[in-house]
Ligand binder design. Sequence first.
Ligand SMILES: [Zn+2]
Ligand SMILES: [Zn+2]
Length: 114
Amino acid sequence: MGWLRDLFKDTRPVCVHCNETKTDEEFEGSPTCWSCERDILEEREFAAEKKYNCPECGAEMKKAKKKGIIVDKCPKCKGVYLNAGELKSIINSVRSSSENDGFASGFVLGLVID
Ligand SMILES: [Zn+2]
Ligand SMILES: [Zn+2]
């Protein structure tokens, strides 16, 4: 039955990023599966964000994504800081959600828990 397997052989190139998934998708000229493409774009989005040092202890803030909103979090003293754009997205989300759906409390709890 080898011929049958050859007939239906998946001839698509393998994703150059994970070396696993065969894909028709291309990203910047290289075969890239959709999940690798998403990872790359997400990483770039993080890298493009300005880095801050913690105003409390001076440690470099780490980016954390909470409910689609990127916040700066200090790994040392656990402080959480928002820039104007981040704060605005949170306010918009809170405004557009009803008081009962728990977005605001879920968001704040999510920050405290991890
Ligand atoms: Zn991949
Ligand atoms: Zn700190």
